[in-house]
Design a protein around this ligand. Structure first.
Ligand code: HEC
Length: 472
């Protein structure tokens, strides 16, 4: 006992001088060790449990120690919130000796054997149970296990296929009307690199054709109704027609003054419409590649063009915040019929439902508007029916299902949503893309969706068979 007192007082004064920041690590450790035998029987016994760091130790350190030995303060240069620092020790060296709790200075301090070295320095000491747990933890190897951070749960369907399609992002996809093939286009507009167009076999996911189509990003791609002609529109202000079997160029459609954002074949396959950043819509003869008409009227980029199922109407969505409806004339070209105002910001996409009864438009702000399409297409008959809300960022493209009941939308929020048009509700959210989703399309049988993203992939999704409405 006398021994112990002597050691203890020496130990205390050494520790004190250490606190006056004289590096006395060696002496400190030496004394800490020789005081062990004496202190051993004064320490609360180690707990008789299998210690779980996350459950037993971490909360205790957090509650009693971290405010002085954590990210904000490191008293005596000692941190207890990180494994590396906790095991390395502080100004006076190692405080935790794995496997040997009685020799660990930390245990002696928290046991409060010495008023001058107790931890925490003031207030309630740890209980005997808490010290026992710390001892058992150290005796069992001082295993430091960090609580696992669960990755955010991705609910909803997983993609069926993911194709690494275009390095600079996929901006347009389209199915062949027979359904066996899919075309995609992309390219990085920041690079002086040819933008590519690819044709894929749907079932095998095999690349059948790869065309270096335009000087830069190929913004738009479409297949003619008979599947024989591939049309592309690019950043280089041109549209091109290609033989879909061989990949040979058939015609270059020159006339736009700025990039071609979108294109669409008329249902009879004879005409192709192109929309451009030059604010016009142009009509071209597919057989000859000759320009047939230029439709002027928009006050901003025309982002999407779409024919009605009969081919009598043409819709154009523009960054001037409107959708224009153009009607076919006797002479075979189109003239302005109506201007749909309802969007407060850029309109990116427009689509007719295949039954010809509705029109959907969407864009910045993340809203989809559904419009009634009057029989005969009288201007005053285009009335707003509903607004679909859900996306958290701009909508880039929309497409109706073949049965006209569903709508798919792609967004800057990296998701694709599937909507029940009549119920005005989201049926599903498809998540998995790691960048803006630029484009989405239904397969002709309505069973699949293809989406293309800035992440470079084309993903194919199954359209769920059960259509339970949930308000997501
Ligand atoms: C209110 C602030 C405070 C709290 C809470 C606190 N400590 Fe300390 N700790 C200190 C100070 C100050 C020192 C320096 C010695 C001194 O002045 O007593 C120190 C030193 C230490 C040392 C020695 C480090 C070295 O190498 O010099 C250890 C080990 C230690 N504390 C462990 C703990 C543990 C374990 C807890 C929680 C049970 C704890 N401390 C809670 C303030 C605190």
């Amino acid at each position: 006992m006398i021994h112990f007192t002597v050691y203890r007082s020496t130990y205390r004064s050494t520790y004190r001088s250490a606190l006056c920041s004289i590096p006395t690590t060696v002496a400190f450790l030496f004394l800490a060790v020789i005081s062990v035998e004496a202190a051993e029987d004064k320490l609360p016994p180690p707990a008789d449990v299998k210690v779980d760091f996350v459950k037993h130790i971490e909360p205790l350190l957090k509650k009693k120690c971290i405010r002085c030995h954590g990210p904000k303060k490191q008293k005596s240069k000692y941190r207890l919130d990180l494994q590396k620092d906790a095991l390395k020790g502080g100004e006076n060296g190692v405080a935790i000796v794995p496997g040997k709790s009685a020799e660990s200075p930390l245990i002696q301090f928290v046991s409060g054997l010495d008023e001058d070295t107790r931890m925490p320095p003031s207030g309630d000491l740890l209980t005997a149970e808490q010290v026992g747990l710390l001892r058992a933890w150290i005796d069992q190897g001082a295993v430091w296990k960090v609580a696992k951070v669960e990755p955010p749960k991705v609910t909803g369907p997983k993609e069926r296929t993911s194709l690494n399609a275009h390095e600079g992002g996929v901006v347009s996809v389209a199915f062949s009307s027979q359904g066996g093939a899919l075309v995609s286009s992309g390219g990085d507009p920041r690079l002086l690199q040819a933008g590519k167009v690819k044709l894929w076999e749907l079932e095998s996911g095999k690349e059948r054709l790869s065309i270096e189509g335009h000087a830069s990003r190929v913004w738009s791609v479409a297949l003619s109704p008979d599947g024989k002609t591939l049309a592309t529109g690019g950043y280089d202000a041109m549209a091109k027609l290609w033989d879909a079997d061989t990949g040979k160029e058939k015609a270059a459609l020159k006339g736009h003054a700025n990039w071609v954002t979108s294109l669409a074949f008329s249902p009879d396959g004879k005409t192709i419409a192109t929309g451009s950043e030059d604010t016009t819509v142009k009509l071209w003869d597919v057989a000859t590649g000759a320009e047939k008409a230029t439709l002027k009227g928009h006050g901003g980029t025309v982002r999407t063009v779409a024919f009605s199922p009969t081919g009598d109407l043409l819709a154009s969505a523009s960054f001037d915040k409107t959708v224009k409806i153009w009607a076919r004339t006797e002479g075979g070209t189109f003239e302005e019929r109506a201007t749909l105002k309802g969007h407060d910001d850029w309109v990116w996409s427009v689509a007719f439902s295949p039954d010809g009864k509705r029109l959907a438009s969407a864009g910045s702000v993340g809203l989809v508007k559904i419009w009634n399409v009057p029989e005969g297409g009288a201007a005053e008959g285009f009335t707003e029916e509903s607004t679909l809300r859900g996306h958290r960022n701009w909508i880039t493209q929309i497409d109706f299902s073949p049965d006209s009941k569903l709508l798919a939308s792609a967004s800057f929020d990296r998701s694709v949503r599937l909507w029940d048009v009549a119920q005005r509700a989201t049926l599903e959210r498809f998540r998995g893309h790691e960048g803006t989703v630029w484009t989405v399309a239904f397969s002709p049988d309505g069973k699949r969706l293809a989406s293309g993203s800035q992440d470079g992939t084309v993903k194919i999704w199954d359209v769920p068979k059960t259509r339970k409405v949930s308000r997501l």
